[in-house]
Ligand binder design. Sequence first.
Ligand code: CDP
Ligand code: MG
Length: 140
Amino acid sequence: MATNRTFTMIKPDAVEKNYIGGILKMINEDGFKIVAMKYTKLSKEQASAFYEVHKERPFYGELVDYMSSGPIVAAILEKENAVEDFRKLIGSTNPADAAEGTIRKIYAASIQANAVHGSDSDENAKIEGDFHFKATEIFA
Ligand code: CDP
Ligand code: MG
């Protein structure tokens, strides 16, 4: 059964280009409520752990370097059918394939620097949210 939360990060390239406001506006206008949020920076160790599922992929090392290269915004979002709806709002991993009007189509620079993260399952949404936030930092 679908739960009502997903986890997102606004990635270093999008923060650097001052896209935080534009991306948060799209998230709010699509009906997501922000229940937790922080401006932070991942250490190499944290980025390695967060993306551990990709450690055998050829892009893992570069992904870790990139995700720890500058500040990010991390947030937990709430909406009915949150995981699936948010994946729709962000669009395909490669911005060249992303649908018109999606966050990645508008804001992503490349397949690596693709502006935002979105959880791919309810299970991972919970794991990823817990990675960044304590229970006392979540306001439902
Ligand atoms: O983020 P998403 O779930 O759409 O894609 P993923 O397959 O889970 O990959 C995680 C992240 O790795 C992507 O968002 C990209 O930043 C990066 N990536 C990459 O650098 N090169 C690829 N060929 C695929 C993904
Ligand atoms: Mg993924």
